[in-house]
Write a protein that binds this ligand. Structure first.
Ligand code: NZQ
Ligand code: ZN
Length: 387
């Protein structure tokens, strides 16, 4: 067990019918808020009216900031920061998935800073303060509703990278699984892939070879997320499956499951973010391509852990640890395909001749991500396993 300092101040309100509490939960942080949402699903589903009705009832005024696109961009966040400052607002309400919540957190950080908010993403400045954020979650995936991270793409430099700060945890997040019933099948499945890789990163990248508690936490999360996804694939309105998926995805990246594992980095995410930055593909789709390739590249170094993954998640026995390790990766790949996720660059519509371009883009962030061993050649070798 490695030392850790676990901090998580987010008040999570989970369950059917809880959305009307957003007004009261937000009013304690401010009376004039920026309301951030996506391209339109919140209006189609009627959630926008529910949320604004609750804000009005609680005496909270709002300024709309709609139009966040998947793989959210810096230009939108910069403009929203300008609005926040001009309108002298107090807090931000995010109604959406990871893209919306991350945009809201970026605005929260930029609202208390005189410089350019991208300074925080390049390490040029540190986040010392942020405006309060409250959340109504509409898609189970990123766990941004209960962590201090945010991921944004700089469209000029084609870099997609993150900020992490204790100031960025949402003050309160409402997780009502019914809000995810309308998530299209592809994004529901990409969310499951994203959540699985959130725990596979510390599972395979831990500095401690002996982490029985974290391993079983993580194996249990993966099995439940896969089981729930299989049900949602056929029955999108199955409340329990949506509830297990929602809480499972939040638990996969709120810091609890992997605490003590001594996580040494998120290389699969660093490489995937280049696919999303350059080709604008969904984050979970990119991970379904990158993760099996990354696992094939790394398994020979540590077959024991990969064999354990095969045995405990897919009940694979027999053979040598090396054979079980490869069978476990193949089983994960088959599961990704069974939920219509791409598993090769070609499936994702990405030409193999772009591998060097992608590798250079990912390598440009490797110092910032604390992954200096990920040279252009190493990343290109990994991507070649996804052809
Ligand atoms: O824009 P709208 O119309 O709302 O449509 C969205 C969007 O097109 C739609 N959607 C969301 N909720 C819906 C819905 N459609 C119908 N009904 C609903 N209830 O789904 C599409 C995708 O939404 P998005 O927010 O992009 O998906 P997700 O929640 O997977 O977020 C992905 C983003 O999270 C970042 C990723 O990089 C990516 O940019 N991540 C954030 C992390 C964090 N903050 O800790 C960590 C993750 O690793 C991840 O990187
Ligand atoms: Zn992710």
């Amino acid at each position: 067990m490695q030392n850790f300092d676990l901090y998580n101040p987010t008040n999570v309100v989970f369950g059917k019918g809880e959305v009307p509490r957003i007004g009261e939960l937000t009013a304690s942080y401010g009376r004039r808020v920026l309301l951030v949402y996506g391209l339109g699903s919140v209006k189609k589903t009627g959630l926008y009216d529910k949320v604004t009705g609750s804000l009005r009832e609680a005496g909270v005024e709002w300024v709309d900031s709609g139009g966040v696109k998947p793989n959210p961009v810096l230009s939108f966040a910069r403009e929203a920061i300008g609005t926040f400052k001009q309108e002298k607002l107090d807090a931000i309400v995010a109604v959406g998935g990871g893209s919306v919540i991350d945009t809201a957190k970026t605005v929260a950080a930029g609202s208390r800073y005189d410089g350019d908010v991208w300074d925080f993403f390049t390490g040029k400045a540190g986040i010392e303060d942020a405006s309060p954020v409250t959340v109504v979650l509409t898609l189970a995936a990123a766990a941004s509703e209960m962590n201090g991270g945010a991921v944004i793409t700089n469209e000029d430099t084609l870099q997609k990278t993150h900020i992490v700060s204790r100031h960025l945890f949402p003050k309160a997040s409402i997780l009502d699984p019914v809000n995810t019933f309308t998530v299209p099948r592809n994004y529901s499945m990409y969310g499951a892939v994203d959540a699985i890789i959130h725990v596979l990163e510390p599972y395979f990248n831990s500095s401690d070879p002996d982490t029985p508690l974290q391993d079983r936490f993580i194996e249990g999360l993966i099995k439940t997320i896969m089981e729930s996804a299989d049900i949602i694939y056929r029955q999108p309105n199955n409340y329990n499956a949506r509830a297990n998926m929602m809480w499972g995805a939040t638990m996969a990246l709120n810091g609890i499951a992997s605490s003590g594992a001594g996580c040494t980095g998120f290389p699969m995410h660093m490489i995937e973010h280049s696919l999303s930055a350059i080709y604008d593909i969904a984050h979970g789709a990119g991970l379904a391509v990158v993760a099996p390739a990354w696992m094939k590249y790394n398994a020979p170094e540590e077959p024991r852990k990969y064999a354990q993954f095969a045995e405990r998640v897919f009940d694979i026995g027999g053979g040598t640890p090396e054979e079980r390790a490869l069978e476990g990766i193949a089983a994960l790949e088959r599961w990704f395909s069974s939920v219509d996720a791409p598993v090769t660059l070609e499936d994702a519509g990405i030409p193999a001749e772009d591998i060097n371009k992608i590798a250079k883009n990912a390598n440009s962030l490797s110092e910032l991500w604390g992954l200096p061993d990920y040279t252009v050649d190493v990343i290109a070798d990994i991507l070649r396993l996804a052809v």
